[in-house]
Design a protein around this ligand. Sequence first.
Ligand SMILES: [Zn+2]
Length: 122
Amino acid sequence: MRAVKARDTTPELIVRRLAHSMGFRFRLHRKDLPGNPDLVFPRLRKVIFVNGCFWHGHNCARGARVPKQNRDYWTAKITRNAARDQAAQKALRTQQWRTLIIWECQLKKANIAARIRRFLES
Ligand SMILES: [Zn+2]
């Protein structure tokens, strides 16, 4: 057992922590919204998705890396995920929600906090 609990650095927790530190209050994973958004800001009518590059088929180095084993299976699965994401975005827009997608690979960029703030304050 570690004496000090390691700081959880999963992408979603990083985004939650940033939004929280800016004073925004949100709910998590609202099942009644299309795509089950990771962070929901009901009063602002905004949602944030934190997407893993591999699972959601991001157009980046990590997103392009498909396992050599069962390549067809993974390609089909990721294509389905991406299609589902797009359908959810469209459905949310129809319901007047504004959405921000943050990709896992963007979290290390210095401007990520500013991007979140800009989205939530605009
Ligand atoms: Zn990416």
